[in-house]
Ligand binder design. Sequence first.
Ligand code: NCD
Length: 342
Amino acid sequence: MFERRHLLGLEGVSAEEITFLLDSAESFKEVSEREIKKVPTLRGRTVVNLFYESSTRTRTSFEIAAKRLSADTINLSASASSASKGETLTDTARNLAAMRPDAIVVRHPSAGAPHLLARHVDCPIINAGDGAHEHPTQALLDLLTIRSHKGQIAGLTVAIVGDLLHSRVARSNLFGLRTMGARVRFVGPPTLVPPQFADLGAELVNDLHEGLRDADVIMMLRIQRERMNGRYFSSLDEYSRLYCLSVDAVAKARRDVIILHPGPMNRGVEISSTVADGPYSVIMDQVTNGVAVRMAALYVLVGRRRGIEADDGEHSTRDAGTAGGRTAGAAALPLRRAAAAE
Ligand code: NCD
């Protein structure tokens, strides 16, 4: 069960809550495989995507997810919003809230921006990435991808490689993976793998080949040049000589390793094209799973919580798990009901 009002991060989110979200996402995957990819679950609801940073896949993924649930979506980007005229985030949020949206999805360059919004508006807030802090739906889609390929997350060794210092993806994954019982290794140059991460439960390794040894999962990260204001390595060339994921490096991991990358990828910098497009890569599955995870997040925060069943019994989204005390897999039921009503 997931009883929180917002999805701001994975820090402190329990294994039971994560499992509930992943199970719900699993049941939404099927909608995207239909010819008509739509269920009426969030009909009449409005989801605002408020993006203060450029994004292709995350924004599109949230928009597709909301549309597949029949919600109305509004996309606002920083350049097109009043932020470019000097309005504060809180004022923008208050104005948006006055129009009564049912959820706001926010991406912002400052850590904590979604938390600030959550204090000023009364609809659910979903964090789509705040600075170098958290990116919970990315980690959830990574967890879903790992779980569907490996059957379970507990006991796996996951090597997360690259620019850990600036990565909200790595932080959310560290929280989620540790909670689910995986071993997490942070691999990269000392300047990009700060020692404080050890306190959060990551093993820190500076040598790529050593860090990949016996890994079940490799997650590659982009060098976030837009967040760097100092020099963290002498040149991109040197970085890729030491840390680019090549076929040779992959050979250090387990034979059934899977390789993830949140995108956007810098081919030839952190990952070679042969590996990115090779047999161990599950990068496109991550993108597909992203839509299902975001449908689940919207459903859990907006549809299920607000009790759409009260408005319209025919399109019930009541969660069988709520009444029957079941959690895992229960979310499949409302989907079938919603589909039948279409
Ligand atoms: C990531 C992000 O924005 O944090 N991308 C994403 O959401 N798919 C990682 C990145 O920008 O490198």
